[in-house]
Design a protein around this ligand. Structure first.
Ligand SMILES: Cc1ncc(COP(=O)(O)O)c(C=O)c1O
Length: 453
C-alpha cells in the first residue's frame, strides 16, 4: 500500500537518523527481549544482531550477573553527587588505570560525545596552565570520515559533512585532515607511502595553522563509523612523532575500539603507540548502562593542581558522571570481558568471519574491499571494481533490507560522506560463535547475490 502524508504517524517517538515520513501508516516492529547475540521481537522473530546494538553490546545481551550488580547497587547507593566518592566509581577509575598500565586520572560522563567534549576542554585548559601558548592553543585537528559525537564540539570534530547539514556553524577552531585510506589512495603509492603522505600533510596543516595555536589531534585508532578504515602500520607512530614535535596533545577516541572490539583489549595496542588522552564509552559497560570516561595521563592531570582560587581545577560537572550504578555495572561488564577472554574470541571468530566473507564474495562485482580488525569489518560496495564508483543507494538499501528480512541486522555508514555511504558494517557481540559467524556470512552473501546486475 502506498503511504501518504495523510496517514497517521505510528506514535510520538522521535527516532534518531529516521525519516518519519516512511513510517506513516505503518506500525514499527517492537523488540521485546534479547539473549546472547539475538534480539527477539513481539511476534517471536529472532534477529542475529551483527552490529551489537551500536557496536556496544560487547559481552552480548541478557547477562544476569550484570543485572544483579545493578539491582544491588541501586539498593545500596543509587546515586551520589560526583564531587563525592562512591566505592564503585573509585574502583572503576582504579581498574582502568590498571588495565591501561600507565599513571592516569579518569573523568566520568555518560556518552562518547561528552567524553570527547571533555577531552577538548581538558586539552585547551592544559595548554593554558602548562604555559604552552596559553589561550592561543585552542584548535582541535581531526580527520575526515571520523565520527566523534553529536554535541557541538564533537560534531565539529566529526569529519562527516552529512552529519552537519543544518546544524552549523559550529564552534571555531576545528580543522580536518585526510586519514590514510589505502583502498582509495593514489595507485602509485604503497599503503605505507600513502600513510607517510597523510602524516606529512597533518604536519603541514599544523605548521600552516601555526603550531602554537593547535591544542590537540583526535583520532580513532581505526576509523569505525566512517567506513571501517584500517590505517597502515606506520601511520599512528608517525602521528605521535608529529604531535610531539609540535607540542600537540594526541587524543585516542577509543569509544568503539575499547574493550575488545579490535581483538585487543584496547585498539591502540595494535599499533604500539600511546596517546596523552583516551576516551571510552560504548564497550565500557557493554551497553548495559550509559557510562563514558576521559582518561588523561598524569603529566596532564598535574597541570590542574593549584589553589582553588587560581581556577586551575577542571570546572566541569556532569550530574550523572561517575554514577555509582553505572560504575558498578561497568566493573562487572569488564570482568566478563576479562574472564571470558573476549578480545581473543573477537580476534579468532572475527578473523574467521572476514576470511569467509572474502572467500564467498571474492568474485562478487560489488564487493570492492572487505576489511577490518577483530570483530569489526566493513564491506565497501562499488558499482565496478575498476572504477570504484560507490554502489547506488537503492542497491545498498536492498542488501541491508534483505539481511534484516532474513534475520540478520547489520549497519551501514549512512549519512556520513556525501556519495560515500557505501560501506556495510558488521560488528557483532564479541561472544559470537563460528556458527553464528557462518549465519552472518551466508545471509550477507545471499543478499549481495540477489542485487547482482
Ligand atoms: C568513535 C566514536 N566516538 C564517539 C561517539 C559518540 O558516542 P555517543 O553516541 O555515546 O555520544 C561514537 C558513537 O557512535 C563513536 O563511534
Amino acid at each position: 500500500m502506498t503511504k501518504t502524508t495523510s496517514q497517521p504517524l505510528p506514535d510520538h517517538l522521535w527516532r534518531p537518523m529516521t525519516q518519519h515520513q516512511a513510517l506513516r501508516g505503518s506500525v514499527p516492529n517492537r523488540m521485546v527481549s534479547a539473549k546472547g547475540c539475538f534480539i527477539t521481537d513481539q511476534n517471536g522473530n529472532r534477529f542475529l544482531d551483527a552490529i551489537a546494538g551500536l557496536w556496544c553490546v560487547n559481552i552480548g545481551y541478557g547477562r544476569e550477573e550484570v543485572a544483579d550488580v545493578a539491582r544491588q547497587q541501586m539498593i545500596d547507593l543509587n546515586y551520589l553527587a560526583p564531587i563525592m566518592s562512591s566505592g564503585p566509581v573509585v574502583d572503576l577509575a582504579e581498574k582502568l588505570q590498571k588495565m591501561l598500565g600507565f599513571d592516569c586520572h579518569v573523568y566520568f560522563s555518560c556518552s562518547g560525545s561528552e567524553a570527547n567534549e571533555t577531552a577538548f576542554k581538558i586539552a585547551r585548559q592544559y595548554h593554558l596552565q602548562a604555559g604552552n601558548g596559553g589561550e592561543r592553543r585552542y584548535k582541535i585537528i581531526s580527520r575526515y570520515r571520523a565520527y566523534h559525537g553529536n554535541t557541538m564540539g564533537a560534531m565539529a570534530a566529526t569529519g562527516q559533512a552529512e552529519r552537519k547539514i543544518g546544524y552549523e556553524p559550529g564552534p571555531a577552531g576545528f580543522i580536518h585532515v585526510m586519514p590514510p585510506y589505502p583502498y582509495r589512495a593514489h595507485p602509485k603509492l604503497t599503503a605505507e607511502e600513502h600513510a607517510e603522505e597523510c602524516a606529512r600533510l597533518l604536519e603541514e596543516t599544523i605548521i600552516h595553522e601555526g603550531a602554537e595555536t593547535v591544542a590537540a589531534f583526535i583520532m580513532e585508532p581505526m576509523i569505525s563509523g566512517g567506513g571501517v578504515i584500517v590505517p597502515p602500520d606506520n601511520y599512528i607512530r608517525l602521528v605521535r612523532e608529529i604531535c610531539d614535535r609540535h607540542g600537540v596533545l594526541l587524543i585516542f577516541d577509543e569509544v568503539v575500539s575499547g574493550f575488545g572490539r579490535l581483538g585487543t583489549m584496547f585498539g591502540y595496542e595494535h599499533w604500539k603507540t600511546e596517546a596523552d588522552i583516551y576516551t571510552f564509552a560504548k564497550g565500557l559497560a557493554s551497553g548495559y548502562i550509559p557510562v563514558a570516561a576521559t582518561v588523561v595521563k598524569e603529566h596532564i592531570f598535574e597541570k590542574f593542581e593549584g589553589n582553588p582560587s587560581d581556577m586551575q581545577h577542571f570546572r566541569q560537572i556532569n550530574t550523572f558522571g561517575g554514577h555509582p550504578v553505572a560504575s558498578a555495572v561497568a566493573l562487572r561488564a569488564i570482568q566478563v570481558v576479562e574472564d571470558e577472554n573476549l578480545p581473543e574470541n573477537a580476534n579468532k571468530v572475527g578473523t574467521y568471519m572476514m576470511q569467509q566473507l572474502q572467500q564467498t564474495l571474492a568474485d562478487h562485482p560489488y564487493a570492492g574491499e572487505i576489511r577490518g580488525k577483530g570483530m569489526i569489518m566493513g564491506i565497501e560496495l562499488v558499482e565496478d571494481r575498476e572504477t570504484k564508483v560507490p554502489l547506488a543507494d537503492d542497491k545498498i538499501m536492498a542488501i541491508v533490507g534483505d539481511c534484516v528480512r532474513n534475520g540478520v541486522i547489520l549497519g551501514r555508514n549512512s549519512n556520513t560522506i556525501p556519495g560515500r555511504c557505501n560501506v556495510l558494517l558488521i560488528a557483532p557481540p564479541l561472544i559470537l560463535s563460528a556458527e553464528e559467524a557462518d549465519q552472518i556470512v551466508a545471509t550477507v552473501t545471499a543478499a549481495m547475490q540477489k542485487v547482482t546486475k
